[in-house]
Design a protein around this ligand. Structure first.
Ligand code: PLP
Length: 436
């Protein structure tokens, strides 16, 4: 049967294709396929909950950023903000597609190195880097450390044994229009130094024999839908001074809901580069650090319905929840979900799609339209490719889901599901008395 993108009456499928992965289609009998693989097959082979990525769509999105920025500002670099999907398989794709990578801790450094990312393409962020992490990064020979504060400069003075490239993170004073937990550019941000403290920190770096101060960095937040805010940040950072490099961070939002309309990569790049032309030196190197906007749309989470309860409200519970979609509880972002193996049926019910963790806040979708749900149906949450796997945890002893990349009718496992042995591994020494 041929795959199509149907829009049956009584559903919102027509709108949903816009937020599902680029390579998502429906089989003739109404089963969602991603990269040519039916979700029924994926659930059978790999189990649920499962993070599924459309590899072709993901690579295409990376190229929109890399080619788009290079065309507009040739002296530039796109860094993948790896916190959005810190999986070895993803670091490998980033390297293959010509991205540099930003890491924010020793763990992400280890994952990137394990994936074979060239240390000369790594940039190290963080507002509370430890001596051990800085030493690890210096030993690995990473390209750039983005210095956050004076204590970090004290640490580097002690640790540096050879020249090291540095950027300084500054607070631009731009209040991003996003959820408070995702806004990082306002004057009271914990990240970076205020503009009026930057000069002194820069002078300190410029006079140190081993510190190679290259320029300044900012990041105003995440899931930002107004491109004018990125342009405003570029204007602000230009006031710090004239340098060789300006890293203007990540933060471009995506469309999560039927109604949301996120800017395209092209209009985002147009806004940033127009501001760069207006405010930055023409020969400066321009860096950006997208995370969410690279991986979010390409990824969905696949669940199986375990319980349907009608108590005046209809609760449809799946075999995952808060433990693998922490971002929903943190940011109250609305997502959309569908019953993915009955796409042709009209959506006649509006349900509370809930998870299995012991919190009433474990609400995946508040009012999800769908056909009458049945135990055993497959549910797909759209747009969960960023930060879901990142924040997955073991609440109620949940096992972190596996990640599969799909394309050309084939699926490959890039991160396996945790096992109960993994869950017990860190506790076992205590049983033997070693931790008491
Ligand atoms: C310093 C820095 N750069 C880039 C990003 C990526 O942001 P996003 O995933 O919204 O593009 C983040 C995430 O918060 C960040 O902290």
């Amino acid at each position: 049967m041929t795959a199509t993108r149907p829009a049956p009456e009584g559903t919102r499928l027509g709108e949903l294709w816009r937020i599902l992965p680029e390579e998502a289609t429906a089989s003739g009998d109404g089963v969602l396929e991603i990269g040519g693989v039916a979700v029924t097959e994926l659930a059978e082979r790999f189990g649920t909950p499962l993070h599924v990525y459309d590899e072709a769509g993901l690579r295409r999105q990376i190229r929109r950023f890399v080619d788009g920025l290079r065309d507009r500002w040739p002296n530039s670099e796109v860094l993948f903000a790896s916190k959005s999907l810190p999986a070895v398989g993803m670091y490998r794709i980033a390297q293959e597609e010509g991205l540099s990578v930003d890491i924010a801790g020793g763990g992400e450094l280890q994952l990137a190195l394990a994936a074979g990312v060239d240390p000369a393409r790594l940039h190290f962020h963080g507002n509370a880097k430890t001596d051990a992490e800085l030493r690890m990064a210096l030993d690995a020979g990473i390209d750039t450390i983005i210095v956050d504060n004076d204590d970090e400069l004290d640490r580097l003075e002690r640790l540096l044994e050879r020249p090291q490239r540095l950027l300084l993170r500054v607070i631009p004073g731009v209040e991003a229009k996003t959820h408070a937990s995702q806004a990082t550019g306002g004057v009271h941000s914990k990240f970076g130094l205020p503009l009026d403290q930057a000069e002194r920190a820069i002078a300190r770096m410029q006079t140190h024999p081993l510190m190679r101060f290259e320029g300044v960095h900012l990041h105003i937040g995440s899931q930002i839908l107004d491109t004018a805010q990125f342009a405003e940040a570029v204007a602000k950072i230009s006031t710090v001074g004239t340098f060789g490099t300006y890293d203007v961070g990540g933060g471009l939002g995506i469309s999560y809901t039927y109604a949301e309309e996120a800017p395209s990569v092209e209009s985002y790049l147009d806004a940033i580069v127009a501001a760069a032309r207006a405010y930055l030196p023409a020969d400066a190197r321009l860096l950006i650090e997208p995370g969410r906007s690279i991986v979010a749309r390409a990824g969905v989470t696949l669940y199986r319905i375990t319980t349907v309860k009608r108590t005046g409200r209809t609760f449809v519970a799946v075999d995952g929840g808060l433990a693998d979609q922490m971002d929903i509880a943190l940011t109250q972002q609305r997502y959309e979900a569908i019953i993915a193996d009955r796409l042709h049926e009209p959506w006649t019910e509006t349900v509370q799609l809930v998870g299995r963790q012991c919190e009433s806040g474990d609400l995946l979708v508040d009012g999800a339209p769908m056909p009458p749900a049945r135990v055993g149906d497959l549910v797909v949450m759209a747009g969960t490719g960023a930060y879901a796997y990142t924040m997955s945890n073991n609440y109620n002893g949940a096992l972190k889901p596996a990640i599969v990349f799909v394309g050309d009718g084939d699926a490959r496992l890039v991160t396996r599901r945790e096992t109960y042995d993994d869950l017990l591994a860190t506790h076992a020494p205590a049983l033997a008395g070693a931790l008491v």
